[in-house]
Design a protein around this ligand. Structure first.
Ligand code: CA
Length: 239
């Protein structure tokens, strides 16, 4: 997000008083707000033009914000899968908080909340999120701290869960070779029945996805008989 391109926030809240207060607070930050009252409006809007972030109420006239969040998290569109979401939960509803995190929300805030607190949370999420134009000096590949997504030059990669874990394992090795056994243990787990072939297959699809975005790179190096390493241009061996 640059100064020329304000954040766009999708606000799904059916209570007019809360919605109005929140929209006002967001606009004062210079963010553009689209306020909708129905789940289906939020669904349609986010699909047509994914916002920088969505703030979702739980109880809506035509459905549930948690269900919408969960639906986005398994959507075919990576922009919806990785869309930062803050859930607004009912006061004292522990169940909402737990469900919110399980549904894949990035943060939650219980009602009643102060608009200032909400603005601070949203600002933090926007800073953390990858919804910024590619930055010239962004690391070529990075995996966020929670291991939830991988970025290529600052932009999210569309990876399966196993591809993401595999990339993370290689990335953490900081250019050192990881054997297939080490990758099996780290990515598939010590008790898995996956074989060396499984590793090779996933490396192949991961490579294809990286190549699709950056045909000029082939950062996963095969060391015959030893394993794989992720070698990034200009990167040292330590991390
Ligand atoms: Ca409501």
């Amino acid at each position: 997000m640059s100064a020329a391109e304000p954040a766009r926030i999708l606000l799904l809240e059916d209570d007019p008083a809360i919605g109005g207060t929140v929209a006002f607070a967001f606009e004062r930050e210079g963010w553009r707000v689209e306020q909708v009252l129905l789940v289906r409006e939020a669904e349609r809007s986010a699909r047509a033009a994914p916002p920088s972030l969505a703030v979702l109420d739980v109880g809506l006239p035509d459905g549930n914000g948690l269900a919408l969040c969960r639906q986005w998290r398994s959507d075919a569109d990576v922009r919806l899968r990785t869309l930062p979401v803050l859930m607004l939960t009912a006061q004292g509803e522990e169940i909402d908080r737990v469900l919110g995190l399980e549904a894949g929300a990035d943060d939650y805030l219980a009602k009643p909340f102060s608009p200032r607190e909400l603005v601070a949370r949203v600002r933090a999420l926007l800073r953390r999120s990858a919804w910024s134009p590619p930055v010239a000096d962004a690391p070529l590949i990075e995996v966020d701290a929670a291991g939830q997504r991988a970025l290529l030059a600052g932009q999210p990669l569309d990876l399966t869960r196993l591809e993401l874990k595999l990339l993370q394992a290689l990335w953490r090795a900081g250019g050192r070779i990881k054997s297939r056994d080490a990758l099996l243990a780290e990515v598939w787990g010590p008790d898995s029945e996956a074989s060396d072939r499984t590793v090779d297959t996933h490396v192949k699809t991961l490579r294809a996805k990286l190549r699709e975005r950056r045909p000029d790179l082939d950062p996963i190096v095969t060391h015959r008989g030893l394993g794989y390493a992720l070698v990034l241009p200009g990167a040292g061996l330590s991390r």
